[in-house]
Design a protein around this ligand. Structure first.
Ligand code: S3P
Length: 429
């Protein structure tokens, strides 16, 4: 795959843009629409490779899905209307697809095997195998290594109360979706509240879901009902322009219609803690999801501590936050973030190695990193390891580094943000 080169943005990032639809919400809209009765109309759907994997999986199970570009129509089959797919279901690079679908498939009346690319075949699936098995599911790692491929034989399920060791919306969602089909109530308690899009959207489709602190409870349902879903802009995609504008002198960027659900918006708090000039305008709602326009101006930043309950609310933004901390004065400590090691790549090891290659001073710790900011950055050769968030982080970091930064396999941004480089160029031209 191709390498792309980036250099300093002399006059900053300037202008306005709308980032594509939220990845987590786009996945869920297709999944819940597929098992609902009637039509679901999704606006602002993210046309990234991960969400297209979800569409492909449900089409293979007999669901009619019209992808009309910005609008996606899902002709739901009802909760018990999915069909056994011929052959394997391919989840591509998408952890959300694999883990959430597993919760649904555990309760069907057919058997199926889920697979995906090389990266997803290394990611931990025991975290869903364990709770789903407790509910009576027959789900196993084909190679007995706790990873995909996963073989799932549909079974009758029983509700459980599950105390999750990790704050993971994918684990929580897999268990809640299985709970839709189970006998009796199902609840999940997390060590800290993870993104709550599943809870909010399932309610919108007619399910009985309750949230109390870090516990979500679901009652079994006979049917879900198709509905309209307007997907807000993805704050995880906006994060690159927020950070870019803060880091590069002369910048002022307006990012319109971004989802600011508090279980996702930890990056806004961290930026403010670091001294960011960041204003929310036009606060509104897309269904149950809060939105706003974000006005961001270049700001002198200072180091901070990112830890504890805020971590799940910015987990995908931590690579960009780490790079931003390199341009801040003083020390930034990121901890309680061991989950970063089991994302599309080991994001702790790769961030530490790559930032240091650009002249930063970053030390790896067991569950995060320590960044001593303020050192001048220079261009380097960066291997994205086919991780979309690593590629986008370094395309932005290059804008405040001397010399040329070359990013290997840069096109992997298509996973979550196909137009990323075009949008970045528009702001810097
Ligand atoms: C997601 C949850 C998070 C996040 C991922 C999307 C979701 O993963 O990193 O990009 O849509 O539920 P975990 O649940 O594994 O933390």
């Amino acid at each position: 795959m191709e390498s792309m080169e980036f250099t300093k943005a002399i006059s900053g990032l300037n202008g306005e843009l709308a980032v594509p639809g939220d990845k987590s919400i786009s996945h869920r809209a297709v999944m819940f629409g597929s098992i609902a009765k009637g039509l679901t109309e999704i606006r602002g759907f993210l046309q990234g490779a991960d969400c297209l994997s979800t569409i492909a999986c449900f089409r293979r199970m007999g669901v009619g899905i019209d992808n009309l570009g910005d609008r996606v129509l899902v002709h739901g089959n009802g909760m018990r209307g999915l069909k056994r797919p011929a052959g394997l279901l391919d989840c591509g690079n998408s952890g959300t697809t694999m883990r959430l679908i597993s919760g649904i498939l555990a309760a069907q009346n057919f058997d199926v095997t889920l697979t995906g690319d090389a990266s997803i075949q290394k990611r931990p699936m025991k975290r869903i195998i364990d709770p789903l098995s407790m509910m009576g599911a027959d789900i196993a790692s084909v190679n007995k290594n706790g990873c995909a491929p996963l073989r799932i034989k549909g079974r009758r399920l029983t509700g459980i109360h599950y105390n999750s060791k990790v704050a993971s919306a994918q684990v929580k969602s897999a268990v809640l979706l299985a709970g839709l089909y189970a006998q009796g109530e199902t609840s999940v308690t997390e060590p800290a509240l993870s993104r709550n899009h599943t809870e909010l959207m399932l309610r919108h489709f007619g399910a009985a879901v309750n949230s109390c602190g870090a516990t979500a409870t679901i009652s079994p349902a006979d049917e879900l009902f198709g509905t309209k879903v307007a997907v807000p802009g993805d704050i995880s995609s906006a994060a690159y322009f927020i950070a870019g504008a803060l880091m590069v002198p002369g910048s002022q960027v307006l990012i319109k219609g971004v989802g600011i659900n508090p279980t996702r918006a930890g990056i806004l708090k961290v930026c403010r803690d670091m001294g960011a000039d960041l204003t929310l305008l036009n606060e509104n709602h897309s269904g149950a999801e809060p939105t706003a326009d974000l006005l961001v101006r270049h700001s002198p930043l200072s180091g901070t501590v990112v830890e504890g309950e805020v971590i799940p609310t910015l987990i995908d933004e931590l690579p960009m936050i780490a790079a931003m901390a390199c341009t801040a004065q003083g020390e930034t400590v990121i901890k309680d973030a061991a989950e970063l090691k089991v994302k599309e790549s080991n994001r702790i090891a790769i961030m530490v190695e790559s930032l240091n290659a650009m002249g930063a001073d970053v030390t790896e710790t067991e569950d995060g990193m320590i960044i001593r900011g303020g050192r001048p950055l220079h261009g380097a050769e960066i291997d994205s390891h086919l991780d979309h968030r690593i590629a986008m982080t370094f395309a932005v970091t290059a804008l405040c580094a001397d010399g040329v930064t070359a990013i290997k396999d840069a096109q992997c941004v298509n996973i979550s943000y196909p137009g990323f480089y075009r949008d970045l160029e528009k702001l810097t031209e």
